[in-house]
Ligand binder design. Structure first.
Ligand code: SF4
Ligand code: SF4
Length: 486
């Protein structure tokens, strides 16, 4: 069991040593190049959102943000890693801002962890549904601007990567999802770190001439590479790679998802089992995936109508609030609570409380949640992949006043929804199998004498969630932010 977590499952594969890709990633300006690319995209989103047509399928703000960005984000996480955090344009603008105003304070201790981020993550999901953001180019542009402003404001006051680590909802989504990524930053030789006297990977590399000057910053997220485990809180910024004077950090291939059952203490994080905020983030990630997809299918309107009648209110916020409390609080509380009680009964566990058991197993549901996000965002990406062409052509007309990129090819869209369905089903089923594997690893770790018994209640929960997910996928989905116009 312990051998699974030695961090050397796929020894010898180090992407940073690959000829072209590795060379690019090790280049000092690789990150800023990625960030500049996404900054250009964000600028177009804001400009077209504010100045372009107020029609979602014809505006870059809605199409790029809600169809392409989200879809490519989950695909990149599955295929490689957290490269969208690496290329985050908010951090680039924040870095420019810090040249004018260097932060002097530390983020207050009582606010550390994921508690605030949990609230913000849930608030973004809620606001997306309540205000129909996918249909509002201007609101989408303002949301992106608000994001730039928030990152700039927070990180101009507080040192380190405060916004990324403690607040950013997209970052938290990426941190949880990146547990399913095949790549991870790790040290190459433990002996080199043991002999290292400077620990530049975390403290930064100082100038030889003026030691008070840091030439290359270390890990802003507080991850000390020799004790780093897994991808949580890692933005793939590669600052540690640039800072290490011994070239002792590699981007290694590993088994996705295994870290969710890894019992080791992690630098900057601690043990997963001792972090209720992280476990709740995992739960929000999983049940948020189901709720977000459920909000797009027809039966949600019947349920909202019924709730509205039962509560005697016409307030959409109130009805949606009840739906969110039911989907993100009551359902996980009941399902995970019952499973934890049964696990304790079946294993005759008297050591741990029901809550602790539930939180330890919650991480095991992440692969299923990832499969559901992939099925949902992948649907929009595949059915709307080519819409970027006519919408960009249309934006060129809006900005230049003439068809600089040709007349918009409004017939270009993407795959038929029916053709995407088998892919969605495959995502959910693979996620379910992944979750079953991780849940059983948790049982082997925590109940080595009765692992099968311990897993049974969680397998039942997983089957229920998978059945709900497949039912949602069978419903016709709204083609949000897409559709032919013109
Ligand atoms: S990763 Fe590099 S800088 Fe960090 S402890 Fe190891 S050798 Fe030193
Ligand atoms: S460990 Fe830290 S410095 Fe290295 S890539 Fe991850 S976030 Fe960046």
């Amino acid at each position: 069991m312990r051998m699974l977590f030695t961090g050397r499952e796929v020894a010898g594969v180090d992407v940073l040593r690959w000829p072209v890709v590795g060379g690019f990633l090790r280049w000092r300006h690789a990150r800023s190049t990625l960030q500049l690319g996404l900054l250009v995209a964000a600028t177009l989103v804001v400009l077209h959102g504010l100045l372009g047509p107020d029609i979602a399928p014809g505006n870059l703000a809605t199409v790029l943000t809600w169809v392409h960005y989200r879809g490519l984000l989950v695909v990149a996480l599955l295929a490689a890693g957290n490269f969208f955090c690496a290329g985050c344009p908010f951090v680039l603008v924040r870095d420019w801002g810090r040249r004018l105003h260097a932060p002097a304070r530390l983020w207050p201790k009582r606010l550390r962890g994921k508690w605030l981020a949990l609230v913000l993550f849930a608030a973004v999901l809620f606001a997306y549904e309540l205000f129909d953001l996918w249909a509002l180019p201007r609101a989408t542009a303002y949301l992106v601007l608000a994001y730039f402003g928030a990152a700039l404001a927070v990180d101009s006051i507080f040192k380190g990567a405060t916004f990324c680590k403690h607040l950013c909802p997209i970052g938290q989504f990426n941190f949880v999802a990146s547990t399913m990524s095949p790549l991870e930053l790790r040290i190459r030789e433990p002996a080199t770190c043991q002999a290292c006297r400077t620990s530049d990977c975390i403290s930064g590399r100082r100038s030889v001439e003026a030691p008070q000057v840091i030439r290359q910053r270390g890990c802003e997220l507080g991850l000390y590479l020799p004790a780093k485990v897994g991808n949580i809180d890692c933005t793939f910024c590669l600052d540690c790679v640039q800072a290490c004077p011994h070239d002792n950090i590699g981007l290694t291939v590993r088994a996705p998802g295994l870290e969710l059952a890894d019992p080791r203490r992690r630098s900057g994080i601690g043990r997963l089992g001792d972090r209720p905020d992280l476990a709740l983030l995992a739960i929000l990630f999983v049940f948020g995936a189901l709720l977000n997809a459920f909000s797009m299918v027809g039966p949600v309107h019947h349920l909202e109508h019924w709730l509205s009648g039962a509560l005697g209110t016409s307030s959409e916020a109130l009805v949606l609030g009840c739906l969110f409390v039911g989907g993100l609080a009551v359902a996980p509380l009941v399902l995970l609570g019952l499973a934890a009680v049964l696990t304790r009964v079946l294993t005759e566990d008297r050591r741990d409380s029901t809550g602790r058991v539930a939180l330890r197993y919650a991480y095991g549901l992440v692969p299923f949640g990832f499969g559901m996000w992939l099925a949902h965002y992948g649907f929009h990406l595949l059915t709307g992949a080519f819409t970027i062409v006519p919408v960009t052509q249309s934006a060129a007309i809006d900005f230049a006043g003439w068809p600089a990129l040709g007349e918009p090819l409004w017939r270009w869209a993407g795959m038929r929804p029916g053709a995407v369905f088998p892919i969605q089903l495959g995502c959910v089923l693979l996620g379910t199998v992944g979750s079953l594997t991780v849940l059983h690893l948790v049982s082997l770790r925590d109940y080595p004498n009765r692992p099968a018994r311990a897993t049974i209640p969680w397998a039942v929960v997983l089957v229920l969630l998978a059945a709900a997910a497949i039912w949602v996928l069978f419903q016709p989905m709204e083609m949000r932010g897409m559709g032919l116009i013109g």
